[in-house]
Write a protein that binds this ligand. Structure first.
Ligand SMILES: *[C@@H]1O[C@H](CO)[C@@H](O)[C@H](O)[C@H]1NC(C)=O
Ligand SMILES: *[C@@H]1O[C@H](CO)[C@@H](O)[C@H](O)[C@H]1NC(C)=O
Ligand SMILES: *[C@@H]1O[C@H](CO)[C@@H](O)[C@H](O)[C@H]1NC(C)=O
Ligand SMILES: *[C@@H]1O[C@H](CO)[C@@H](O)[C@H](O)[C@H]1NC(C)=O
Ligand SMILES: *[C@@H]1O[C@H](CO)[C@@H](O)[C@H](O)[C@H]1NC(C)=O
Ligand SMILES: *[C@@H]1O[C@H](CO)[C@@H](O)[C@H](O)[C@H]1NC(C)=O
Ligand SMILES: *[C@@H]1O[C@H](CO)[C@@H](O)[C@H](O)[C@H]1NC(C)=O
Ligand SMILES: *[C@@H]1O[C@H](CO)[C@@H](O)[C@H](O)[C@H]1NC(C)=O
Ligand SMILES: *[C@@H]1O[C@H](CO)[C@@H](O)[C@H](O)[C@H]1NC(C)=O
Ligand SMILES: *[C@@H]1O[C@H](CO)[C@@H](O)[C@H](O)[C@H]1NC(C)=O
Ligand SMILES: *[C@@H]1O[C@H](CO)[C@@H](O)[C@H](O)[C@H]1NC(C)=O
Ligand SMILES: *[C@@H]1O[C@H](CO)[C@@H](O)[C@H](O)[C@H]1NC(C)=O
Length: 430
């Protein structure tokens, strides 16, 4: 299934891109300060619906850093200090390589076969965690450092100093048109000046995703640089009651492991007021993946599910911090279980975003159960007959389109593929 030569090239490319470190410079006087470095002016504070209590936490803040192997993170003094206040997840995994598919997965429950970091827009019939949260009026927002305007659609953004700090591929919800194309939702994809205003006004949402810029998240730098950013940004916020309440859970993790040729184990740390004293400075070896952050949120607020990998009982264990309270039954896999699923595979997973193994966007699996007792969310514009049970076999649409190959495509894939116009196929090639 795996093409070794492609992987060898990818590994080399990534090694070369793991760029030189320079010294961390604070982008603002404090994490609660606005800064010209953040570019876009703050939009007025968002208004949130009343607090919806969860079984364990009322606020979940995810902070995603980049491309670092577990041991590199664990060796940083800042991480060690933070780990003493939290629960280190030793069995937490990314779900594929490179970055963008991992970001798609953590909010959408799938990465749709994507094996690159190219410009993508997932169509409006594909749901995300936002649909599940909004069914229960749970407020949400994301904060993207150096994104110039709320829900900026561009592929990246270069600051006046000519450095490209912001990239769309690390902004998970902006890639989903079901979020970006609705203006009230787009207003919740916010920049760091908005963050400063929102935290100052005590108007942070209940579900939050934070993406530091390409230097501060370690992508263009290294784990020590990301640790210095955490020391500047997160450490003071931990004692700010507008950020970290007694019912706040904070998660720091990395999108993927730096080294492709080994499993995709990444550092994960749970922090915040909700961590009981007895669980501080402990490790949890349960096998988790990015899908676990979806199932944990579903379990905590008793939500519906997306009918994708968030319902996969192998990959979506609920964090023990929550499962131990709700009596949710996880599988027994741990960091040291033999033959854990291979989560470093890339390029050969079929999906609508894999032109070598193309299958259409499928309807959610409504037979699945998620972390909560709610039903599978099915968007009104989903073609419910397009299920995994009757999906066409994957086809390679990268071959040059000729009249005969286009005809072959139609006959190979059966009637469903007729919905895929030649224009849509051509768009996939861009
Ligand atoms: C969500 O808020 C709307 C408008 O305030 C309200 O009509 C609805 O009942 C609420 N839903 C839930 C699940 O609380
Ligand atoms: C503020 O939000 C409006 C839409 O509500 C948008 O047009 C504008 O670009 C936003 N401004 C910034 C700085 O993000
Ligand atoms: C930013 O986008 C431009 C134009 O698409 C591209 O050439 C460049 O490589 C991108 N840079 C980064 C860091 O993503
Ligand atoms: C950024 O690039 C432009 C165009 O090359 C140049 O005129 C400008 O001086 C550069 N700015 C900085 C801060 O280097
Ligand atoms: C969603 O917005 C994108 C970008 O503006 C646009 O290309 C697309 O056609 C929109 N989709 C729908 C269904 O409105
Ligand atoms: C994924 O990791 C496994 C286990 O460490 C390794 O045997 C395998 O070769 C890796 N696969 C790739 C594609 O690098
Ligand atoms: C990457 O993940 C594997 C497990 O899948 C883990 O053994 C390894 O420690 C991680 N990083 C490095 C540098 O080895
Ligand atoms: C945390 O636990 C480690 C052993 O796992 C111990 O060496 C260290 O002193 C503990 N730190 C604190 C602050 O309790
Ligand atoms: C669940 O995940 C496992 C491990 O990756 C995989 O083998 C299995 O096919 C998945 N199940 C579904 C229904 O996608
Ligand atoms: C997990 O282990 C418990 C005993 O510790 C056992 O009762 C249970 O059947 C196991 N579950 C699975 C899915 O293997
Ligand atoms: C979702 O929308 C895309 C783009 O319009 C379409 O190709 C696909 O068939 C749709 N899938 C489902 C399950 O509705
Ligand atoms: C798909 O087609 C392209 C172009 O013909 C070819 O280079 C590639 O190897 C094919 N991929 C697979 C998985 O067959």
């Amino acid at each position: 299934m795996i093409v070794p030569s492609i992987f060898a090239l990818t590994v080399l490319a990534r090694t070369a891109s793991a760029a030189v470190a320079s010294t961390f410079t604070a982008p603002a006087p404090a994490p609660t300060s606005e800064s010209p470095f953040y570019v876009g002016a703050a939009n007025s504070t968002i208004t949130n619906s009343p607090n919806v209590p969860g079984k364990v936490f009322d606020r979940f803040i995810q902070i995603w850093l980049e491309n670092t192997d577990f041991a590199q993170a664990a060796s940083q003094p800042v991480f060690q200090t933070l780990a003493a206040q939290g629960i280190t997840l030793t069995g937490y995994y990314g779900v594929t390589h490179p970055s963008e598919p991992n970001y798609l997965a953590v909010v959408g429950g799938d990465f749709f076969g994507l094996a690159t970091d190219v410009m993508e827009a997932v169509p409006t019939n594909m749901s995300t965690v936002v649909d599940l949260l909004e069914q229960k009026n749970i407020s949400w927002s994301t904060y993207q450092e150096n994104m110039p305007t709320d829900a900026y659609a561009g592929f990246n953004y270069t600051n006046p100093d000519n450095y490209t700090y912001y990239v769309r591929k690390h902004n998970p919800l902006v890639i989903y048109d079901s979020v970006t194309n609705i203006s009230t939702r787009a207003a919740r994809i916010r920049n760091f000046n908005d963050f400063a205003v929102d935290v100052g006004n005590n108007s942070l949402s209940q579900w939050i995703f934070v993406t530091p810029n390409l230097r501060n998240d370690g992508h263009d730098t290294n784990a020590a640089y990301a640790a210095a950013w955490l020391n500047f940004w997160l450490v003071p916020l931990l004692s700010d009651p507008n950020f970290n309440t007694a019912k706040t859970l904070i998660m720091i993790t990395f999108d993927e492991n730096e080294t492709y040729t080994i499993g995709n184990n990444v550092y994960g740390l749970l922090l915040g007021g909700v961590v009981p004293q007895a669980m501080k400075n402990t490790t949890d070896p349960t096998f988790y993946t990015h899908y676990s952050t979806l199932s944990t949120v579903e379990n905590n607020w008793d939500l519906g599910n997306l009918g994708r990998q968030d319902t996969n009982k192998t990959l979506a264990n609920v964090f023990n911090l929550v499962a131990s309270v709700t009596s949710y039954k996880n599988n027994n896999l741990t960091a040291s279980s033999p033959s854990l699923p291979m989560l470093n595979i890339t390029g050969t997973i079929p999906g609508p975003l894999n032109p070598n193994y193309y299958v259409p966007y499928l309807a959610p699996n409504t037979a699945g159960t998620g972390g909560g007792s709610g039903k599978t969310f099915v968007a009104p514009n989903v073609n419910t007959s397009l299920t995994s049970a009757n999906a066409p076999a994957p086809i390679n649409i990268t071959a040059p389109m000729t009249t005969s190959s286009a005809a072959g495509l139609t006959s190979n894939a059966g009637s469903m593929i007729a919905a895929v116009t030649v224009a849509a196929v051509a768009a996939m090639l861009l």
